[in-house]
Design a protein around this ligand. Sequence first.
Ligand code: AHM
Ligand code: MG
Length: 375
Amino acid sequence: MGRIKTGILNRNQGILDFLNLKEEARMNRELMSVQRFITQERFKFPKATGEYAALMSEIVLTAKIISSEVNKAGLIDVLGMTGNVNVQGEQVRKLDEYANDLFMHILKYSGHVCAMASEEAEQLVQGPQYTNTGKYVVMLDPLDGSSNIDANVSIGSIFAIHRRVSPAGQSGELQDFLQPGHKLIAAGYIIYGSSTMMVYSSGFGVHGFTLDPHIGSFILSHPDIKVPNECKIYSVNESYYKYWHKAIQHYIDRVKGLGENALEKEMSSRYIGSMVADFHRNLLYGGIFLYPGTVKKPNGKLRLMYEAIPMAYILENCGGYASNGFEPILDITPKELHQRVPLFMGNRDEVQLIEEYFRRYNPELCEEYFAQKAG
Ligand code: AHM
Ligand code: MG
């Protein structure tokens, strides 16, 4: 074969290789399912046994089933109250119960968890003895924002995973759950909105996957999410204004462009009343979410273990920050399963400013908080 022909062949091969690589990169991008993503993350840990990846697969499966039920909610008889009251003293809706039962059932028999905690269960939940010796505990809000179900408004599920600290080979214990958030292995949420998305972090950035209903897979759609630099939105239930502490009243005045510290360009207000949905929008657009304590309810409404900690973990893995007004949420060691906590989360500067407002306008609360913590 002549030299010229060989040259052409080599060049063509080069182009083909290049096209193949491009095609592979495209396929990789377009067909990166959440399971494959998690499996690939696992290679960062040469000693990983695959148990975490398997546990995540079970969570993904549960999310897909709940998503399908949420989409059908208007069509079948799952709307309305069950008449039961959960451990928080609130009425439980059918979909809450369903989502809770499903998570419990699937995870209980997965063999990867040794106990679970859920907003819907007063005590921690364990599976039959032959399955409850896994390495992990899972904390769940199976269906957050459930008061919005009847109105077709976005709702979500929240999960967080700790490695057990109790001795291996037996059921999990309370101490496995009473660990600060900075020790989490992973956390995430699923939002059932105009499409279903799963956003999660295992400490290597925050990644979002959109459920393709035709193929039944969560596909990577929002790789490496970062909190936007600009904080444009504030989300809070302002009807509680008169019950808030001075620090929060001043802060909200500021973001509305009022009072002595008024922002020149005020923020926009957006509040859905579904924490997952409010959080998700703010994560993508830049915003701050507040659920403060009030004079009557100093710890607010939201729960530390399965609402605040998972969201705080996600935020801190993409440049944001969450605080209870005094210290990072991730530094708080829970004392009980259903503990409530005031919650401020979003752009780091803004959340830190709220901490500063507490020091400035409510120093007595700061003193009391740290004195209690020390004593
Ligand atoms: P839930 O877990 O019982 O659904 O309650 C939590 C929800 C959050 O999603 C939301 O941020 C908050 O309650 C809304 O409360 P409020 O109506 O007081 O603003
Ligand atoms: Mg909730």
